[in-house]
Design a protein around this ligand. Structure first.
Ligand code: EPU
Length: 432
């Protein structure tokens, strides 16, 4: 069934909570609705959304916003033999619901992707990833409706050209609408625990989590009998980690990671290490001011001795520099933000730049680290700010942030990281 509404308020349809409207909005819950859709009559452009969890609406949308409510879930019996499990999930199903069902059934594959906001359809377009697993690794094929050819088509995983937060679909927006996705999962023990401290955390939780706790809010009672490592235990662990680091979806407006982790050459990486080592010299001033930042976007690269933020950190590092360069003369909240790093939280170490070396020798650097080491933690603009425990996430902290607040903060971050490290961050969030 197709439901249509004109002049639709989109504030509950984007997780950033931007108060914008669409000229036309429609929902459909059956693949056949796509075949019968009056395509020529719909206000253009068309925009397909999932849960609106990776979008920044910069203004009202003049065309038609479409949302899939196709939430089918099907075990492909004939192909699911031995270790192999094949499932087909509707594009409109919440990705986390799929992860919950599959982990609950003991099928390996999707558990590391637990807690990611968004729908199954978006997971294929965006190739979502977390804790060492990307959706594309588990996708067997993607069923789509081709708006141009007016027919259903199926793409194999190879056709989808999955790459880091990228796919064939991202480059063919407006033509293909994801209808459903076939995932290849496994029955045999196959945990993927190679990401950072995931293994340790899973082992720890194996001691602590009671077998019968609610996977949505696991109780760390400490009274459980050691649990075997199961997809559900990995799911619970991932959700606990996410809860500590990321803003609660539905409570704080955000779109998850705002930037992609940049990939640089070995040469550029060396330069980042050298800048980081020079920049992160311990705070050794006696005048109550912080050390100069080697290169800062607000002063054309000169040292910024007069920022006026007293050096009050116990960890020998400099304070964060407040967001003050991109406001075009407007008032900036949070200027002079004190150091807010909680005890035990990761701190950027002098010269120790976290990184992952890719197969082709290029190096991926966490954008969170680059942002943090530029002293941007706590930066804010109007109603938007950087999340305290994961500075890769911009949040609508006031609940009333305007798209322009978020864009101003985004530009400030890009400019500061560029001026400091010579790296241009690219947004992961799609600007509409
Ligand atoms: N870091 C800091 N300061 C901080 C926080 C982190 O320097 O305050 C550094 C640390 O060195 C840390 C590193 O950043 O080791 C990486 O942090 P994290 O493990 O949280 O991962 P990420 O690279 O920042 C990516 C995804 C997340 C996903 C996590 C976990 C991207 C753009 N983001 O973040 O995805 O949850 O890995 O796998 O790849 C999302 O896409 O919306 C998202 C949240």
């Amino acid at each position: 069934m197709i439901k249509k509404k004109n002049n639709k308020d989109l504030s509950k349809l984007n997780t950033f909570g931007m108060k914008v409207r669409a000229a036309c909005y429609l929902e459909y819950d059956n693949p056949s609705d796509l075949a019968s859709m009056p395509w020529d009559e719909l206000a253009k452009p068309l925009l397909q959304i999932g849960s609106g969890s990776n979008l920044l609406f910069c203004s009202d949308f003049p065309g038609t916003v479409m949302r899939s409510r196709i939430d089918l879930f099907e075990l492909l019996q004939d192909r699911s033999v031995g270790d192999d499990v094949y499932i087909r999930a509707g594009a409109g199903m919440e990705m986390d619901e799929l992860c919950r069902i599959c982990a609950g059934k003991g099928w390996w594959g999707l558990e590391n992707l637990s807690g990611i906001p968004g729908t199954v359809g978006a997971s294929a377009v965006q190739n979502v990833g977390a804790y060492g697993v990307e959706a594309g690794e588990l996708i067997e094929s993607v069923d789509c409706y081709d708006i141009v050819g007016r027919r259903f088509v199926t793409f194999s995983a190879a056709d989808c050209a999955f790459a880091y937060r990228d796919s064939f679909f991202k480059h063919n927006k407006g033509r293909y609408i994801v209808v459903s996705v076939v995932f290849h999962l496994y029955r045999d023990f196959r945990p993927r625990l190679d990401y950072a401290h995931l293994q340790e955390e899973v082992e720890r939780n194996a001691e602590l989590i009671m077998a019968d706790t609610d996977p949505y809010s696991p109780l760390l009672t400490g009274q459980g009998v050691r649990q075997p490592i199961t997809p559900l235990l990995v799911r619970q662990t991932v959700m606990i980690i996410r809860e500590k680091k990321l803003p609660a979806v539905g409570k704080v407006g955000s779109a998850g990671s705002f930037f992609k982790n940049p990939v640089v050459s070995a040469e550029q990486f060396e330069s980042v290490c050298a800048i980081a080592a020079a920049k992160e010299a311990p705070c050794n001033r006696t005048d109550g001011k912080q050390n100069a930042v080697a290169s800062d976007s607000t002063d054309g690269g000169q040292a910024t001795e007069e920022k006026g933020v007293p050096c009050n950190r116990a960890d020998g590092k400099q304070n964060a520099v407040a967001c003050d360069s991109t406001n075009g003369g407007q008032a900036t909240e949070g200027k002079g933000v004190p150091c807010t790093r909680a005890e035990g939280e990761q701190t950027p170490e002098a010269g120790k730049v976290p990184h992952y070396t890719l197969d082709n020798g290029e190096i991926k650097i966490p954008a969170a680290w680059l942002i943090d080491s530029c002293g941007l933690k706590g930066a804010r603009f109007g109603g938007a700010s950087l999340w305290h425990s994961q500075p890769l996430v911009i949040v609508n902290s006031s609940g009333n942030a305007l798209p322009s607040d978020i864009i101003a903060l985004e530009n400030h971050i890009i400019d500061t990281v560029q001026a400091t490290y010579g790296i241009t961050l690219s947004p992961e969030v799609e600007h509409i």
